[in-house]
Design a protein around this ligand. Structure first.
Ligand SMILES: NC(=O)C1=CN([C@@H]2O[C@H](COP(=O)(O)OP(=O)(O)OC[C@H]3O[C@@H](n4cnc5c(N)ncnc54)[C@H](OP(=O)(O)O)[C@@H]3O)[C@@H](O)[C@H]2O)C=CC1
Ligand SMILES: C[C@H]1O[C@H](OP(=O)(O)OP(=O)(O)OC[C@H]2O[C@@H](n3cnc4c(=O)[nH]c(N)nc43)[C@H](O)[C@@H]2O)[C@@H](O)[C@@H](O)C1=O
Length: 322
């Protein structure tokens, strides 16, 4: 039987990848989508009406207010309230329309700031949060708690994935509000074209991050949705924390990332580190052994993924010119 899967936020980075992965298995899944304009998930009545009419079997919640370190520090109300509203509406409407299996996107940045490394799922809520994304983290932690509570009270199969920093086709290349990888692709490309002698990189360059290609996350989501009830329910049973880390298992410094991007783009100028900008969490490397034990591993190396991401950026520029 083909399952009807609502991918909320299908035009974003993770939603694009999830939709592509599910569409590669069209014998098993029919993908249901709505743009933000067609369905504002902050609108409770519209969200309920949509779920009652469409009655999806599965839901993947990729719709969220998302941004890099600066956007998170400058717009905490937006990150807290928009995400809480989307989550409350989607969880209630999904449960109300009989959705049994849901994948909610959490994030590695919602673990305590100074966690032991690599970060295991059980470290959630064991220490203070990183100040730059505290509001966003609290909204996401509420989403994780919604999964746990629905599973406990109603026997649903709602699972929170905890992905590491993502990048890939359809990324947000905003000069200030994006994440580091698309921001540096944009800035280094512009510097190459303008033959600038140097480029600014925020912070000290010493924080470590783990980067995963978005299509790998899309395939991880497809893998998880394809698990049997027996296996999936071990991840969402009433007595377990419904969390699963998704990452590549290796991290690099921001300086190393900037050097790799410089090489990918072919920019020969200097990198200047602006320490007046925040570093954020010093390190957030995920322990991905639970996911590996289920039988899934990321496939794309950072080097290969960076070339694909740069190609995507060049296509985005071409589209902007037309
Ligand atoms: N990017 C990353 O590095 C990571 C992301 N995640 C998580 O993955 C999920 C997806 O992130 P990502 O793909 O990067 O985010 P994007 O910003 O790329 O995409 C978010 C999508 O959600 C849509 N959206 C936002 N608000 C609403 C709304 N009220 N109603 C309907 N649609 C809405 C956006 O539409 P529009 O653009 O039209 O507003 C957009 O299509 C998030 O939960 C995020 O926390 C987790 C770890 C890392
Ligand atoms: C995915 C995750 O993303 C955010 O957390 P973050 O990992 O700190 O994300 P970031 O990609 O913005 O920065 C990573 C590092 O890189 C440095 N850095 C250098 N130069 C640029 C730069 O030009 N832009 C940005 N954004 N960062 C830069 C920057 O100073 C920092 O040290 C959270 O909001 C959180 O909510 C979340 O979900």
């Amino acid at each position: 039987m083909r399952r009807k899967v609502f991918v909320a936020g299908h035009r974003g980075l993770v939603g694009t990848a999830t939709t592509r992965a599910l569409e590669c298995a069209s014998e098993n899944y029919v993908v249901l989508t709505r743009t933000h304009q067609q369905l504002d998930l902050e609108d409770r009545d519209a969200t309920f009406e949509f779920f009652q009419k469409e009655k999806p079997d599965f839901v993947v919640v990729c719709a969220a207010k998302v941004g890099g370190i600066l956007a998170n520090s400058q717009l905490p109300v937006d990150f807290l309230h928009q995400n809480l509203r989307i989550q409350l509406n989607v969880f209630d409407a999904a449960y109300g329309s009989g959705v049994k299996r849901m994948i909610f996107l959490g994030s590695s940045c919602i673990y305590p700031r100074d966690c032991p490394q690599p970060i295991k799922e059980e470290y959630l809520l064991t220490g203070p949060l990183e100040a730059t994304n505290r509001a966003y983290a609290l909204a996401k932690i509420a989403g994780v708690e919604s999964c746990r509570s629905f599973n406990k009270q109603y026997g649903t199969q709602y699972l929170s994935l905890m992905p590491t920093n993502m990048y890939g086709p359809g990324d947000n290349y905003h000069p200030e509000h994006s994440h580091v990888l698309p921001a540096l692709i944009r800035r280094l490309h512009a510097a190459k074209v303008a033959e600038q002698p140097s480029v600014e990189v925020w912070g000290s360059g010493t924080p470590r991050r783990e980067f995963m290609f978005s299509l790998d996350l899309g395939f991880a989501i497809r893998f998880l949705l394809g698990l049997s009830d027996n296996v999936f329910s071990t991840l969402t049973a009433a007595h377990v924390a419904p969390l699963l880390n998704v990452g590549v298992g290796e991290d690099i410094t921001i300086r190393e990332l900037a050097e790799m991007i410089r090489f990918t783009i072919g920019y020969e100028g200097e990198l200047l580190f602006d320490v007046s900008k925040p570093d954020g969490t010093p390190r957030k490397l995920l322990d991905v052994s639970r996911l590996h034990n289920l039988g899934w591993k990321a496939q794309t190396t950072l080097n290969v993924g960076l070339h694909a991401a740069y190609e995507d950026y060049l296509k985005t520029l071409d589209k902007e010119k037309k």
